[in-house]
Design a protein around this ligand. Structure first.
Ligand code: F6P
Length: 553
């Protein structure tokens, strides 16, 4: 039976669950079952998940888990962990989990054990990170490295940028890290304006080593180095300042990078799953190789949990089926990730790529159209900033937007414990407000003392009523350490994997981004006169190009 039929077979029974639960308020579910929190919470791999504030009951959950089982999730999971070519459009294994595996077994992709190469590259990464941190890695003029600039985009940027920001307290003894991704030259120019070429090291990270934005920024960086060090652009000593991280070492070599400065990963590491590979070099330099090992260990702990925990106790799967429930039946088109931690400010952006590039698709793995909803829009901002910007819509808007509240329970600055308490109190309060809301009766009672005219009273009651019954998960994070962060990232990776399997998608390709890339190269050539603007674009694009060629200098 194909995946699509499995899904369809479950739709009627889940539709019945939806009809039963659609009109029930979560307040009543809690009233009926005082042990709801106990039953709908889980601890695994350093994290605690309270999913009691969801519009579900045992029956609906059972059916969602049955759906997962019928989608052959267990077999799909094993296929991923054991290196089968589950990325069927690119004929590739998907082995980011092997990058953090510390056990004795071999893991094969296309019949080759990948573990020796992984360990060799990890050792090279650690040696390089140590040399930069200890001041043994010297620039062309013999000075130690004070600033490291990672140049990369998408998966070659978001993971390292998010992790180094999240782990800032662990970064204090290393060089200062900077991240350049956008091709807009102001980003790199603003960063370089404060740096000294003699003490700056660039890491150019690109799986393909063909990405336009990254190569443009790397070229600019090299010219900046040459000018600042008074060297020719092709002077070999500039290479002391240029490292490459790629799955295509020959492409880096062709651009002049030294063998010793090229760090490798492989086709079977997806870009958005690559921070565990050599793409994590900026992390290893920032927090030290031991810290990087801890990050991997945290992820490995979540891998073990995901691989072995029964369906109902499996944290990634629980998050996955809840997401499917809302997307499919409540028509929730978006999903908010709300970290109550400034250090996790880049997590929503990281999860946007992880989730939306993986499951933002309309075609099933076998090429047939997916006739059900697939990946939602992922968005979010750190609390409490979001509260003063967009929470209004989550509380009273017309769409149901499930939320994940991420709440670190300890804080790095105990001297400001009171302020951390305010932060945590806000997270808890928002989840409570979303769930409980405020009824018209409560408001009438409150406003009774204000001696308002009856029509004014009615108006205010109408505006102030909070429907509640809006779902959220609460993830408690004991501390923002490398290990716990590793577990957290792996949790979301596996959630996305489970959803992809249940929706019948290939979560590991991203064909949708290709056409825009091709057109950008072509338009670029046309704009600089290397190719003439003919009648090959649509009329709107042609008109824009004509206007731009006159106006853009
Ligand atoms: O935008 C598509 C994409 O291929 C991402 O999947 C990837 O992370 C990013 O571009 C960068 O690609 P590369 O690492 O090859 O430069």
């Amino acid at each position: 039976m194909s995946v699509s039929l499995v899904n369809r077979a479950f739709l009627p029974v889940l539709q019945q669950d939806f009809s039963r639960l659609e009109s029930i308020h979560m307040r009543d579910l809690f009233a009926q079952d005082p042990r709801r929190v106990e039953r709908y919470s889980l601890a695994a791999a350093n994290l605690f998940l309270d999913y009691s504030k969801n519009r579900i009951d045992d029956e609906a959950l059972d059916h969602l888990f049955e759906l997962a089982a019928a989608s052959e999730l267990g077999a799909a999971r094993e296929a991923m962990f054991t290196g089968q070519a589950i990325n069927n459009t690119e004929d590739r294994a998907v082995l980011h989990t092997a990058l953090r595996y510390s056990g004795p077994d071999s893991i094969a992709a296309e019949g080759v054990n990948v573990m020796p190469a992984i360990r060799e590259q990890r050792q090279r990464l650690a040696d390089c990170a140590r040399a930069v941190r200890n001041g043994q890695w010297l620039g062309a003029t013999g000075e130690v490295i004070r600033d490291v600039v990672n140049i990369g985009i998408g998966g070659s940027d978001l993971g390292p940028a998010m992790v180094t920001q999240a782990l800032a307290p662990y970064c204090r003894s290393g060089p200062k890290m900077h991240f350049v991704s956008n091709v807009d030259p102001v980003l790199i120019c603003d960063i370089l304006s404060d740096l000294n070429p003699a003490t700056t090291l660039f890491i150019v990270a690109s799986k393909t080593f063909t990405t336009q934005e990254t190569l443009a920024n790397a070229g600019l960086a090299k010219r900046w180095l040459a000018a600042g060090l008074d060297l020719a652009v092709d002077d070999n000593s500039l290479q002391q300042h240029m490292l490459a991280v790629t799955a295509r070492p020959s492409a880096a070599k062709a651009l002049g990078y030294l063998d010793a400065n090229i760090f490798c990963f492989w086709d079977w590491v997806g870009g958005r799953y690559s921070l565990w590979s050599a793409v994590g070099l900026p992390i290893a330099i920032a927090i030290g190789p031991e810290g990087f090992d801890e990050l991997l260990a945290g992820a490995e702990e979540m891998d073990e949990h995901f691989r072995s925990a029964p369906l109902k106790e499996n944290m990634p799967l629980v998050l996955a089926v809840l997401g499917i429930w809302y997307r499919q039946f409540f028509n929730s088109q978006s999903y908010a990730v709300l970290p109550y931690s400034q250090r996790l400010a880049r997590l929503p952006a990281y999860l946007q790529q992880l989730d939306m590039e993986s499951n933002g698709k309309s075609i099933q793995k076998d090429g047939a159209p997916a006739s059900w909803a697939t990946g939602p829009v992922i968005w979010g901002e750190p609390g409490t900033n979001g509260q003063h910007a967009f929470y209004q819509l989550i509380h009273q808007g017309q769409d149901l937007i499930p939320c994940d509240f991420l709440v670190p329970t300890s804080h790095e600055a105990p001297e400001h414990a009171e302020q951390h308490q305010i932060l945590v109190a806000n997270a808890v309060a928002q989840a409570e407000a979303l769930m409980c809301g405020k009824s018209a009766e409560q408001l009438r009672a409150e406003l009774a003392e204000c001696s308002l005219a009856p029509d004014k009273l009615d108006l205010l009651v109408a505006h102030k009523t909070m429907p509640g019954n809006r779902p959220s998960n609460c993830l408690l994070i004991p501390e923002l350490s490398p290990k716990v962060l590793g577990s957290l990232i792996a949790l979301y990776e596996h959630k996305v994997f489970c959803q992809g399997v249940i929706w019948g998608l290939n979560s590991f390709d991203q064909w949708g981004v290709e056409l825009g890339k091709q057109l950008a190269s072509r338009i670029c050539r046309e704009m600089c006169g290397e190719d003439s603007v003919g009648a090959r674009h649509d009329p709107s694009t042609e008109a824009l190009l004509a206007r731009l060629s006159a106006e853009v200098c």
